[in-house]
Write a protein that binds this ligand. Sequence first.
Ligand code: SAM
Length: 201
Amino acid sequence: MSNPYQKPDHFTKMARKQGYAARSVFKLDEVQRRFRLFRPGQRVVDLGCYPGSWSRFVRRAIGKQGVLVGVDLERPELEDGHWIVRSVLEVSPEEILEALGGAADVVVSDMAPRTTGNKLYDHVMQIELADRALDLATALLVPGGAFVCKVFEGEDAPAYCDRVKARFDKLKRVRPEAVRKNSREFFVVAQGARPSCAAAN
Ligand SMILES: C[S@@+](CC[C@H](N)C(=O)[O-])C[C@H]1O[C@@H](n2cnc3c(N)ncnc32)[C@H](O)[C@@H]1O
């Protein structure tokens, strides 16, 4: 997760102050300020939810009436949510739908593989996770629903964006201010899940 040798920056300090486990929350915070995706009462899926800062942020936005389901290899230290502790490659859409109690309004993914330093390998592994997130979003979202997904820049990124574009009405590539300068990540923010591929309510 965070590098213990890296000096805490403005976002790290702000995350601590506001009770978030990771500075990455400010990436989602910027997405929310720009696109207004989360509203009280929604059903939301958080893929790669550990240690839980995005999940905490989402919970605050959807309120107690909302339903939050998180999937990760590790369980976040949060009470308020339904956690599936397994790889996204092994979890079925049916299992997530059952936990949600209906189709999702928003699916977010901040998943990243354990990086090796080999840029090409890390990129390919990350795109595999992003593709799995897209397939799950396709199966889980209501028509018109939204999808936010982390992507590592690289050779396969443009084709990945095209695959997302084919399933949603609108797509924006976003690089929030909280992304570290030396990071190759960006986020796709896709809105308007096409009814043909979205889950029925
Ligand atoms: C950058 S962290 C997510 C941080 C989180 N959004 C937050 O704000 O607390 C990336 C997460 O992806 C998860 N991950 C990696 N591969 C995964 C897989 N195959 N299935 C589920 N989660 C995975 C990791 O365990 C890690 O917790």
